[in-house]
Write a protein that binds this ligand. Structure first.
Ligand code: SR1
Ligand code: MG
Length: 445
């Protein structure tokens, strides 16, 4: 797992002055910062708790007088999910801070405000998002988010377009690439956990046993799938299109019914745009298939399933429209030089090319979405949408259906002409694939 490199980089990048904070250390630290005034009251009265449930970091909530408060994120020098045996550079806080700052220039209302950054402690103090919750949790409870598709499509269209050469000069874009080029350890996690390990025997892999033993084995023997994932891996490593969030799943979204914030861009680097759009679609699809495990009566979540389907379709169609709008209005980057298309025929040709660009981006999106679905079922880090389904047979049924769609999306991508073909396939698989039984589980072996 990117072994020696990760260890060396982690050791080399641990800055002087770093220590892992506990609640009391943090109280002391904040008490000496000007932002302490915003909390009001004496430091002893602040309520501080560590609530991080992600795979990598510590997250503290600090509450002062009234509704005042902060969320404080500190990078640990290792992967929290695994422990100290897997070192990870603290520099990810630097990249996260940098990505948040850049995103805020384009979509200030869709990211958390930063109040303080301490490079040595790898610590970011942000606005406390309340009463927001992590989207994954809300979807597991069947909560509708009417603004989500609008907001996430605005976030992706603006952040991806404005950090690409469609909007930027070649010179500025190269500085951006250089800036994020050091985030190699985080990219390495993605390269291993998403694009490699689920397709081989690897210590990190796990799945719902014994139900999916046969499915996991099939994946490891499926050369068409292995070629397809390798092409996607090449694209991930070698397509610097824009500054991407890099981990845009529904655990990186905090929201209420009328406010959406995108958090946690520590995996940011200059990579393929479809990786972000695909992450959103993958996580909505996984949640769609997981609903069988969250409804207390068969069919009771049908309306919710319909909302997810509508949302998936809207995410793509709104993103498509907004990205093109940005391009038509602000397309002054070095990517498609305006002077080449400066007459009526040129304008028409450029407009056709824009549609063709979006077609390529759509296919990338589907491929990356499929990769993100498969890794959450047979790789190391799973989604609680599926993990929290207690009955393993039901969980495995939802997972098997997800794998079925993902495999087809990845291998037969060009059969999916538009997003409604994807949602129709999801619906068909969900409605017609029988639940796993002991017998068909054995048949898969
Ligand atoms: C070891 S880190 C596992 C996963 O957690 C993050 O959210 C990323 O998705 C990463 O792949
Ligand atoms: Mg995260």
């Amino acid at each position: 797992m990117g072994g020696e490199n990760a260890v060396n980089t982690a050791t080399a990048q641990k800055p002087e002055g770093y220590r892992i904070l506990n609640a009391e250390d943090l109280r002391h630290l904040i008490a000496h910062l000007p932002l302490a005034r915003q909390l009001g009251g004496r430091p002893e009265t602040w309520r501080i708790e560590e609530v991080g449930d992600g795979n990598l970091n510590l997250v503290f909530l600090v509450r002062g007088k009234g509704s005042s408060g902060f969320a404080v994120k500190q990078a640990l020098p290792y992967v929290r999910l695994v422990g100290e045996s897997w070192p990870l550079p603290l520099s990810r806080a630097h990249y996260e801070h940098s990505a948040l700052t850049r995103q805020a220039k384009h979509v200030p209302k869709l990211v958390p405000k930063i109040h303080h950054y301490d490079e040595a402690l790898a610590l970011i103090v942000m606005e406390l998002l309340e009463p927001h919750i992590i989207m994954r949790h809300g979807m597991m409870a069947g909560t509708l988010y009417p603004k989500f598709a609008e907001d996430i499509s605005s976030f992706m269209a603006a952040t991806l377009f404005h950090t690409s050469t469609l909007a930027m000069t070649a010179e500025n874009f190269k500085s951006l690439m250089a800036h994020f080029a050091g985030n190699t350890a985080l990219c390495n996690i993605t390269e291993d956990l998403i694009f490699t390990e689920p397709y081989m025997v690897a210590e990190n892999n796990r799945w719902t046993r014994p139900w999916l033993d046969g499915h996991a084995a099939k994946i490891r023997q499926d050369n068409d799938l292995k070629i397809a994932i390798s092409r996607l891996k090449l694209k991930f490593m070698g397509s610097p299109q824009a500054m991407i969030h890099g981990d845009l799943h529904t655990g990186s979204v905090m929201l209420t019914s009328d406010d959406t914030r995108i958090i946690d861009p520590e995996f940011a680097f200059v990579g393929p745009m479809g990786f972000d759009v695909g992450a959103v679609i993958a996580n909505l699809l996984l949640n769609y298939f997981s609903q069988i495990g969250h409804e207390n009566k068969p069919g009771i979540r049908d309306d919710y399933r319909q909302w997810i389907v509508d949302t998936i379709e809207k995410v793509w169609t709104l993103f498509h429209r907004k990205f093109l709008d940005e391009w038509r209005t602000h397309g002054h980057g070095d990517g498609y030089p305006y002077k080449l298309f400066d007459n009526r025929h040129g304008t028409l040709a450029l407009e056709r090319e824009r549609e063709s660009y979006m077609g390529r981006l759509f296919r990338d999106t589907l491929g990356f979405a499929a990769a993100k679905m498969i890794r959450r079922i047979v790789g190391l880090a799973h989604n609680i949408d599926l993990e929290y389904i207690e009955n393993p047979k039901i969980r495995a049924t939802a997972e098997a259906r997800s794998l079925m769609l993902a495999r087809d999306l990845m291998v037969n991508t060009s059969d999916y002409r538009d997003i409604t073909v994807v949602t129709a396939a999801a619906r068909r698989i969900n409605d017609t694939t029988p639940e796993l039984t002991e017998r068909n589980q054995r048949d898969e072996d």
